[in-house]
Design a protein around this ligand. Structure first.
Ligand SMILES: [Zn+2]
Length: 249
């Protein structure tokens, strides 16, 4: 089985572990990674990892809602610069977070600027959404052609709505704690499912860090909940991931 970890922060692992992480990921069949930057402070590291990654590490650049205050005045110009430097880069991680500051008006403004750039450069958009469903529900018309709600932890009903609107729903290891996991994974058509670890964050309940080599376990869990064969499910999700990252489609 082959996998693409569609959301990971390789720059956040302790540097000496990154090589180990990548080689054990490869033995587990994880062939590619979308490495998500969260503020101008880590974009250079993301860029560097991508350059060293032999085409396996696809960069994404965004200003995460938690780090808006640290973004500086010219984050938008810097973001555009990275998108020009990396024609395969995605936009994100960005989005809306109802649990954290800054105020929602500021978050909406920053998020809309990401949407604008994603459309202008025809790039997929990686969205972080926590306790902010009602805001996103007023923005369906504004979103670019390709977008994903990463580490989806909302309701099955909302997941179904995201897929009706043409979005991808990405499941991570937090799914093992979701109370309605079965209903949730059954509410999304197979062709709109992606998988991720959000590593090193959001580990399995028994671990202190998440790693891409755990993706087969996640795929097996979801396939079982959906009543599908794990290998068939993994192959379909791999195909979805390739479709998602292909910026020319
Ligand atoms: Zn993340």
């Amino acid at each position: 089985m082959k996998f693409i970890d569609t959301h990971i922060h390789l720059q956040d692992y302790k540097a000496r572990y990154t090589t180990d992480i990548l080689s054990s990921a490869l033995s587990a069949g994880v062939t590619k990674f979308i490495c998500c930057g969260t503020s101008p402070q880590d974009w250079d590291k993301v860029a560097e990892l991508s350059r060293q990654g032999d085409g396996r590490i696809i960069p994404a650049f965004g200003l995460h809602p938690w780090y808006i205050e640290q973004g500086g005045l010219d984050w938008e110009q810097q973001l555009e610069h990275q998108l020009r430097l990396f024609p395969d880069a995605l936009v994100g991680e960005c989005g809306l977070d109802g649990l954290k500051s800054p105020p929602i008006d500021k978050q909406l403004d920053v998020f809309r600027r990401h949407i604008h750039l994603a459309k202008q450069y025809s790039r997929p958009l990686i969205i972080h959404l926590v306790k902010a469903q009602t805001w996103l529900e007023q923005m369906w018309q504004e979103l670019p052609a390709k977008f994903v709600l990463h580490s989806f932890s909302g309701s099955p009903e909302f997941a179904a709505e995201v897929s009706r609107r043409g979005g991808y729903v990405s499941f991570g290891l937090s799914l093992f704690r979701h109370k309605r996991a079965a209903k949730l994974v059954q509410s999304v058509p197979q062709e709109q499912i992606l998988l991720e670890t959000d590593g090193p964050w959001q580990p399995l309940p028994s671990e202190d860090t998440s790693r891409p080599e755990q993706l087969p376990q996640l795929a097996q869990y979801i396939a079982a909940l959906r009543g599908e064969d794990t290998a068939d499910f993994a192959a379909a999700v791999y195909h979805n991931s390739e479709e998602f990252i292909n910026v020319r489609k």
